[in-house]
Design a protein around this ligand. Structure first.
Ligand SMILES: NC(=O)c1ccc[n+]([C@@H]2O[C@H](COP(=O)([O-])OP(=O)(O)OC[C@H]3O[C@@H](n4cnc5c(N)ncnc54)[C@H](OP(=O)(O)O)[C@@H]3O)[C@@H](O)[C@H]2O)c1
Length: 385
């Protein structure tokens, strides 16, 4: 059984649509049964595209009404009741640092397979460091940040690692954007998640996870003939790529996010004062309240016309110890929310039909295998340049 928690949100609704188009019959879970029922009715009119629905005998495929279930993160038992051992739980309930724990904890407790749409570094860190060891014991498989953030970088980095062979000292990943102009390209939910991050620490990988403020470093990538400045961030690549590197290990992983455009220096300046801000009593609630106030001016959904113009580029490069590039892989996709929805739908189906490689907190390539991930990512709209 596949359960989609957060189905009434922007990303949840798009994920539900992507699942139904794949022929899946997810259980739709959220706070409001009335809104879930309305969504289920709308989805019934959406025919499956028959993409990858080879195993039509499985219970998550088929026809008929979609089941809806009420669950609230404020009531942990209602979240736990959504799933049993071996089920697949997909959560788009965010901000994850504030609302993500109950779904994650439920999956760990019952031994389910869990995927989420987070892009929040502190949450990712907890999935790998706190919940991963518990999942190994219970038999749960946890695949966090299985969306635009950060599947493309994991894929590009893993492919570059494989192409480069031995002697890789560092893998560098850059997320870059083109098009969209000045229109609103993020949902209010994403805005709320970003606001929650401004008082949080980040991390990188230097022979192990090292704490560092987000945006500590700026790197300029060239994409489509343009210079694209990007800031360092913590993401899943830092945990996952070293595990794929084999016996030689991978001493350094760097991931950069280039969506801030000309504001990159201002964002970096802010990140430099973050450690001081963190020491001030009451700083977190104040920043959160400012963010909640500002969110009123952010539309619930991004501008669909602008999103349709966006192209998202991801470059993964493997370097040797002298800094010479050994291999580079570039991937491109369109609307990042569409990619997230399609990836989550593909991942849920793959997990329901084939399981994941082993229990614990897993990277995308580790969970599904590099070939299967590349095939699934292509179906989702992420292709090599
Ligand atoms: N990694 C990526 O590339 C990527 C891409 C897209 C989104 N995201 C992340 O995904 C998250 C969701 O984004 P969004 O655009 O879908 O935001 P959204 O539209 O605000 O959706 C948030 C969802 O959380 C639910 N929720 C809130 N409080 C809840 C509670 N107490 N119990 C149960 N459910 C609760 C909401 O339910 P109601 O409908 O009842 O309010 C809604 O379904 C954000 O953290 C965003 O940053 C990441």
């Amino acid at each position: 059984m596949i359960v989609l928690f957060g189905a009434t949100g922007y990303t949840g609704r798009r994920t539900a649509e992507a699942m139904v188009r794949r022929g899946l019959r997810p259980v739709l879970a959220g706070r409001s049964v009335a809104r879930l029922t309305a969504l289920a009715r709308r989805l019934e009119n959406l025919g499956p595209d028959n993409v990858g629905t080879e195993n039509l005998g499985l219970e998550h495929l088929g026809s008929g009404k979609l089941e809806v279930v009420s669950a609230d993160v404020g009531d942990a038992a209602s979240v736990r009741a959504l799933i049993g051992r071996g089920d697949v739980l997909v959560s788009t309930v965010g901000p994850f640092i504030r609302l993500g724990d109950p779904a994650l904890r439920a999956a760990v407790e019952v031994g389910a397979i869990y995927l989420d749409s987070t892009g929040e570094p502190p949450f990712i860190r907890r999935v790998f460091e706190e919940f991963g060891p518990l999942a190994q014991q219970s038999g749960a498989g946890l695949i966090t940040a299985f969306g635009h953030d950060y599947v493309p970088g994991n894929l590009a980095g893993a492919l570059a690692l494989r192409l480069a062979g031995s002697d890789v000292h560092r893998v560098e990943v850059g997320y870059l954007i083109d098009g969209g102009g000045r229109a609103q390209l993020i949902s209010r939910g994403t805005f709320a998640s970003l606001v929650g991050l401004v008082t949080e620490q980040g991390f990188t990988w230097r022979d192990g996870i090292r704490t560092e403020p987000p945006g500590s470093r700026i790197r300029t990538f060239v994409s489509g003939g343009r210079d694209c400045p990007a800031l360092s961030i913590g993401s899943t690549e830092h945990y996952c790529l070293p595990r794929l590197a084999g016996t030689g290990g991978l001493p350094e992983v760097d991931v950069y996010f280039g969506w801030f455009g000309p504001a990159v220096r201002a964002v970096q300046l802010y990140s430099r004062i973050t450690p001081t801000l963190l020491t001030m009593p009451g700083a977190r609630p104040v920043v959160r309240r400012i963010g909640e106030f500002a969110a009123r001016w952010v539309a619930r959904e991004p501008d669909p016309t602008a999103l349709a113009r966006v192209s998202s580029h991801v470059v993964g490069t493997a370097y040797d110890a002298s800094g010479t590039a050994l291999a580079e892989v570039r991937l491109v996709s369109g609307d990042p929310y569409k990619l997230t929805a399609e990836l989550l739908a593909w991942g849920a189906q793959r997990a329901a039909e084939h399981g994941v490689s082993r229990p614990g907190a897993l990277g995308p390539a580790e969970a599904f295998g590099l070939e299967a991930l590349e095939t699934g990512a292509l179906q989702a709209g992420l292709r090599r340049l």
